[in-house]
Design a protein around this ligand. Structure first.
Ligand code: AMP
Ligand code: MG
Length: 880
């Protein structure tokens, strides 16, 4: 043996792979593997120690030490004695648990391949007749196959010793033979063929298929969830395999591919398959590290049946196995995906060989404690015969990517899904339920908003009721002009009668193009009281856009003033009467005249306003919001935001539905609406507001203003994604303010979800959740086939409930496209397809992920890039 000690030999390509990856995450016990055998009986400690000594002398690999020099990575035996611990745990209250803890702690020991012994043994005594034989080894010296050879030999030597027999000669081949065979392979045509096969398969791979949509550095200590497939499942798996003329392990691989496809909606799934990569006698008999991980790429379509998928996967597994010797690390390097995660994605490890040994008379089955680093999710399936019948499955997860609950959910869901696939293998994959009944209930019912009755009232009535309670209190104030509740009620009544006299009534529209000020509030309330719905126009918008809105909406009246009127389009398709609110109005109804004979106020199902948002075809679309939706929204806002009974600072234009909250909530709560721009001079000398709603982009502006410009009680953020750091600085300066991240499309009436950050509650580092659904709101996170996606998985958000708009004005086709039948509601119930991508957190709050289309938000304003594109394309001289 002394010649070997001096010379040192090259490492196998697999060992080099481990070495390089270990260098990327130095000092971490990433490659500790652990296995143990539960021995029910007495153990002769001295005999076991001797068996280990001899086995490790025969299997030179376990005593290796690694060095890198000009010739590359070298190995030479460096340790004569390997650790062998004896641990007596019989005096512990729970010896079995103490043993698990001991082994788990030992697996955290980092062993440096260039210095430390790379294998260690222990005999743990957990009872007079109960023992555990434990082995830890660094993956650079052994893989699963080698471990099996080695442990079998330890048991064999032990048994011979206790039976006083001469043991059989060593069954191990030599490392030199393995290295020779490997060198021959790498110079062969087979190597080139294997390489070509994998490159062709994966050249245009779609990237990792992770259930989380993220990657993270590999972890050494996995979360683990173990389950035994019971006899019923094992039989079902075996029967399905037999019918498909494939191995049962392939059934698990195909089911995992189907599961990932359904989870991620990807039609092209990549899985990692650990393979032994041992061909030839030397490799099969020599304990060393040779194992490989091949990437299996599987196309999966919703219309394919499980039986069809299984046939395809079986063929792919066979051809991957035929080319299993080409190293995964080399492939990743060629694909430009070197690094700690390679091609990423989940791993399915099926171990189909017998894992049982005999220590004397006692049979014991290998129990894998750790198989080395975990990149994402690794599913290990062990077809071992055991005292318990069935197949053991370990679900291991990278704790950087999964919580324990998420891992548990994946395990439950995968097995439930597997059952459904096996029960009906001919059904298209897209039609098998993915969620467990319990999980469906959670996301469809438990986490949805409670239903409460919406009072049969309308906003103008709620306002007038409030005016009756607080007639003398200030209702609205702008640039020194203040209207009390009584004055605002009276003035809006009066204007309303004028409007009614000129044709305003339910199901008609009245356009508004007015500067911000108390008169605007009078006009808004007047229109609402008349029963008509208002259409706010932004005088700053281009003439063509205003004209387009007027042409489509055909309002019966246009309320404006003499400053703005000349800027409005001259000719529009409809001959709308224009009323200048700063001039005396012809035939204005006398102040004391009674409301028109026929009481023309709105009913809950009449439209309250029409707000135009960007449309992807170049034409803005008008969202028709009915009174009942508005009532539901403002009553909830009144309950939720008591600060609106103080002073609300209104700074945004009424063309933006963000304004609804800061305007109407105070007016039905007894608060005062102060209209002002967010500038230092506009706010000079005014008292600090209590309530305000802004977009996240406004936070920067607020920070530049004196602290008194910000609310002292409640701040609502909404309209675009909110990130922790953007809020953090403002919150540091206003620690006592309740902050909400509110989410909602105009089509669901201002907002339908929010996340409340009470004072003292930490701001998240990343995206702030968009929270939970409001009362009377049901939200669904769905895949392309309108099925709920699991917790933690991104899907498209659909909203149903009392807040839904009637639809888009005059656009039945578009309305039908976006407001679709709700498969989870009663007959006729609709849900709105938001185009937003979100996911449920384990705690039942929604997180915003992005868009399915290319709608963007600019300071909270919604812009469809399609609209920009089609407008640009219509310009002369612009072509694509
Ligand atoms: P709008 O109809 O103008 O209110 O725009 C609605 C869209 O704004 C939503 O569909 C989202 O894309 C985005 N949005 C609104 N609120 C939020 C929020 N709190 N976080 C992320 N996106 C938001
Ligand atoms: Mg909104």
């Amino acid at each position: 043996m002394s010649d070997i000690r001096v010379a040192g030999r090259p490492a196998t390509a697999a060992q080099l792979g481990v070495w390089v990856a270990q260098q990327l995450q130095p000092g971490q016990p990433l490659y500790n593997c652990g296995v143990c055998f539960d021995i029910d009986g007495t153990v002769d400690t001295a005999a076991l120690r001797e068996a280990v000594r001899r086995a490790s002398a025969e299997a030179e690999t376990v005593r290796m030490r690694f060095t890198e020099d000009a010739q590359g990575l070298r190995q030479s035996p460096g340790h004569d004695e390997l650790p062998f611990h004896t641990v007596d745990l019989r005096d512990r209250s729970d010896p079995a648990q103490a043993a698990e803890l001991w082994m788990r702690a030992d697996l955290e020991t980092f062993a440096d391949p260039s210095r430390d012994p790379l294998a260690a043994h222990a005999l743990l005594r957990t009872g007079d007749e109960r023992h555990i034989f434990y082995l830890r080894y660094h993956h650079i010296v052994m893989d699963g196959w080698a471990q099996t050879l080695y442990c079998r030999r330890v048991a064999e030597l032990y048994t011979a010793h206790t039976e006083d027999r001469t043991p059989a000669p060593t069954p191990f081949g030599t490392l030199d033979d393995v290295l020779r065979a490997e060198a021959a392979y790498r110079a062969s045509a087979a190597y080139e063929r294997d390489r070509a096969h994998h490159l062709a398969e994966l050249a245009d791979h779609p990237g990792p298929t992770s259930p989380t949509g993220r990657t993270a550095p590999a972890a050494h200590s996995a979360l683990r969830d173990t389950v035994w497939l019971d006899e019923r499942r094992v039989t079902a798996v075996r029967d399905t395999a037999r019918r498909a003329r494939t191995r049962w392990t392939t059934v698990v691989v195909a089911a995992m591919a189907a599961y990932l496809h359904r989870l991620t909606s990807q039609n092209d799934v990549v899985l990692g398959l650990p393979v032994a990569a041992r061909t030839g006698r030397a490799a099969l008999t020599t304990p060393t590290m040779l194992s490989n991980e091949v990437s299996l790429r599987v196309p999966v379509r919703p219309e394919t049946s499980f039986a069809g998928l299984l046939g395809d996967v079986a063929a792919r597994v066979l051809s991957a196995a035929a080319h299993q010797n080409y190293r995964g690390e080399e492939l990743h390097g060629e694909l430009g995906r070197s690094g700690s995660t390679g091609l990423g994605g989940p791993v399915v490890n099926t171990v189909a060989f017998d894992q049982s040994v005999h220590f004397g008379a006692h049979r014991a089955v290998a129990r894998q404690l750790s198989t080395g680093r975990v990149k994402d999710l690794s599913v290990h399936v062990y077809a071992t015969s055991d005292t318990r019948s069935g197949i053991r499955v370990d679900f291991d997860a990278n704790p950087e990517l999964y919580t324990e609950t998420e891992l548990h959910d994946h395990r439950e869901r995968f097995l439930g899904f597997l059952d459904r696939l096996l029960a009906d293998p001919e059904r298209p994959l897209g039609r098998a339920d993915l969620l467990q009944p319990e999980e469906s209930r959670r996301v469809l019912t438990d986490w949805n908003g409670p239903t409460v009755p919406v009072p049969s009232t309308v906003l103008p009535r709620l306002f007038s009721e409030q005016a009756g309670l607080t007639p003398e209190e200030p209702a609205v104030e702008c640039d020194g002009t203040v209207l009390s509740y009584a004055e605002l009620d009276a003035r809006s009544d009066r204007l309303s009668r004028t409007l009614v006299a000129r044709g305003a009534r339910p199901e008609t529209l009245v356009a508004l193009a007015l500067p911000r000020g108390v008169d605007l509030v009078v006009a808004l309330l007047a229109v609402l009281k008349s029963g008509a719905a208002y259409v706010p126009l932004d005088p700053e918008h281009p003439e063509a856009r205003i004209a387009a809105v007027l042409d489509e909406a055909r309002p019966v009246l246009l309320l404006t003033d003499s400053g703005i009127e000349p800027r409005l389009p001259r000719r529009t398709a409809s001959s709308t009467e224009r009323i200048l609110l700063d001039r005396p109005i012809d035939g204005d109804a006398p102040a004391d005249a009674h409301h028109g004979g026929a009481r023309s106020g709105p009913l809950p199902h009449h439209p309250a306003y029409v707000i135009y948002t960007s449309g992807s075809t170049g034409r803005p679309k008008g969202v028709v919001v009915e009174h009942r939706a508005l009532t539901d929204y403002v009553l909830r806002a009144r309950d939720e935001y008591p600060a609106a009974a103080g002073t609300s600072l209104l700074h945004s234009p009424v063309t933006f539905d963000l304004t609804v909250t800061a305007l109407y909530t105070p007016l039905i709560s007894g608060g005062c609406v102060r209209i002002a721009d967010l500038t230092e001079e506009a706010l000079l000398g005014t008292a600090q507001p209590s309530f305000m709603k802004v977009t996240p982009s406004h936070l920067e502006m607020l920070l530049e203003l004196p602290d008194e410009a910000s609310p002292d009680s409640c701040l609502i953020l909404g309209g675009e994604a909110l990130f922790g750091p953007a809020l953090e600085r403002w919150r540091d300066r206003h620690p006592d303010v309740v902050v909400y991240n509110a989410y909602g499309p105009t089509e669901a009436t201002v907002n339908c979800l929010d996340h409340r950050l009470a004072p003292g509650v930490a701001v998240p580092d990343g995206a702030v959740p968009i929270g939970r659904p409001f009362r009377n709101t049901r939200v669904f996170v769905l895949d392309g086939a309108l099925r709920p996606v699991p917790v933690g998985v991104a899907g498209e958000l659909y909203v149903a409930g009392a807040g839904l708009a009637r639809g888009y004005l005059g656009r039945a086709g578009l309305t039908a496209e976006r407001f679709v039948a709700c498969p989870f509601g009663g007959a006729g119930e609709r849900m709105y397809r938001t185009g937003d991508v979100v996911r449920w957190s384990a705690g039942g709050v929604l997180e915003f992920v992005g868009r399915v289309d290319d709608q963007v938000k600019v300071r909270g304003f919604r812009i469809e890039l399609g609209e920009v594109e089609s407008v640009l394309a219509a310009c002369e001289g612009v072509a694509q």
